[in-house]
Design a protein around this ligand. Structure first.
Ligand code: TMP
Length: 208
């Protein structure tokens, strides 16, 4: 059995990941492969419980280190119970966020730095990497506007200051620059179909 492929979507708030994942999953499912759509934090029963602790409550509920450890605990559960079994079955897995979010939000946004995140990655995830990471990029102001126009701030992160969101946007761009073989940056400030077509071209080029 051929191992499946692992595609991750990353980006700040309001970047349109959910819509774009739906488009890509539809296009990929037109073949014979099984597509598993999942998300972080979450994606397995225990990880979804941890998600509740991370996204609800006051922005300063956790300090940066506790928050990072919770994200990695959820990630370990997600890998063990959802991602790795699916890839072993030969399924393609699309995850709405993965470890680049911890690097961008906790490493760059909260200022924890790259080194602690890289160390935890080695411990929790090991050598495993996404086959392709799509980073949907747009100005932080615009993303926050889009996210909050859906209603009052839904999660703790949307309530964090604009500067935090500007740092994590710069973080995602830096992550992509350091790992161009895995990451593709796609401008998300464009019509939905234009973004979907750009994503589809990247998937075809990189995972053909
Ligand atoms: P979502 O709104 O995209 O579902 O993600 C929930 C929030 O969790 C989002 O604001 C980003 C944040 N997050 C981190 O801060 N670090 C992480 O490692 C992950 C996966 C998400």
């Amino acid at each position: 059995m051929t191992r499946g492929r692992f595609i991750t979507f990353e980006g700040g708030e309001g970047a349109g990941k959910t819509t774009q994942i739906r488009h890509l999953a539809q296009r990929l499912a037109a073949g014979t492969r099984t597509i598993v759509q999942t998300r972080e934090p979450g994606g397995s029963p225990a990880a979804e419980s941890i998600r509740g602790l991370l996204v609800a409550g006051a922005p300063d509920r956790w300090d940066a280190t506790s928050e990072t450890l919770l994200h990695f605990t959820a990630r370990r559960e997600h890998l063990l119970h959802t991602i790795w079994p699916a890839l072993d079955r030969g399924d393609w897995v699309i995850s709405d966020r993965f470890a680049d979010s911890t690097m961008a939000y906790q490493g760059y946004g909260h200022g924890l730095g790259r080194e602690p995140i890289e160390q935890l990655y080695r411990l929790v995830v090991g050598d495993f990497r996404p086959d392709l990471t799509i980073i949907l990029d747009l100005p932080a102001e615009l993303g926050l506007q889009r996210a909050t126009s859906r209603g009052p701030a839904e999660n703790r992160y949307e309530k964090m200051p604009l500067e935090f969101h500007q740092r994590l946007r710069a973080g995602f761009l830096d992550i992509a620059k350091r790992d161009p073989g895995r990451c593709v940056v796609i401008p998300a400030d464009a019509p939905t179909q234009t973004v979907a077509d750009a994503i589809w071209r990247s998937v075809q080029q990189r995972l053909a």
